[in-house]
Design a protein. Structure first.
Length: 208
């Protein structure tokens, strides 16, 4: 029961546990993954950036602190995480630099071609329909826009028993193929090894 509870919290943080524990844990555990994702985004001043599934808000804050961008937005399926990010990053929201909303990756609440960069860290395991999710990501990206998806290796997650409760694990080649089938080209893979997270990958693609 406890493992199922933790898995549900990771998929969609909620309540006091989500606010006080899960969000903070995600920020710490994903720190190296967030940094590699930020590096691969290679942000530029005219970029419109969207993070899908921002959790505790660490990567959103890194994006905002990295330098000037035209616009930054984040969506998360957890109302608790949206409220938390709204408080944590209120100075950016107040200054018109950030917008956060509740949203689902299969139904992104933005118009077609609104963004030039899109990223998501450690969420792919919970997508109900990954092909539909990536087609939706392609829809909100401009032609030539970039997507970066970061996730843990299948091998390391298989050694973590919580993965049995609602996680869908991926080989790198599966994610590469999903991107190509969803309208992305120039697919590249970057990897790193973290003491806490193990081996992880950032797979990037360019919207065709």
């Amino acid at each position: 029961m406890f493992q199922k509870f933790i898995a549900r919290q990771l998929a969609q943080p909620s309540g006091l546990v989500g606010r006080m524990f899960t969000a903070r844990w995600l920020n710490r555990a994903n720190a190296r993954m967030n940094q590699l994702t930020l590096e691969q985004l290679a942000l530029e001043p005219r970029d419109w950036v969207l993070e899908v599934g921002f959790g505790g808000g660490d990567l959103l804050e890194r994006i905002l602190d990295a330098g000037p961008t035209e616009s930054v937005a984040g969506i998360d399926i957890s109302p608790e995480m949206v409220r938390l990010a709204s408080r944590r990053l209120q100075r950016y929201i107040r200054d018109g630099k950030l917008e956060v909303r509740c949203g689902d990756i299969e139904h992104i609440p933005y118009v077609a071609g609104e963004f030039s960069k899109l990223c998501s860290v450690n969420t792919i395991y919970f997508w109900e329909n990954p092909a539909k999710a990536l087609v939706e990501c392609r829809r909100v990206l401009k032609a030539g826009g970039q997507i970066v998806i970061c996730f843990n290796s299948r091998e390391d997650l298989e050694a973590w028993s919580i993965h049995r409760h609602g996680f869908r694990l991926y080989e790198v080649s599966e994610v590469e193929n999903l991107l190509r089938a969803s309208g992305f080209g120039t697919v590249k893979v970057f990897s790193a090894n973290d003491a806490d997270q193990g081996v992880f990958y950032c797979v990037s693609g360019v919207a065709i």
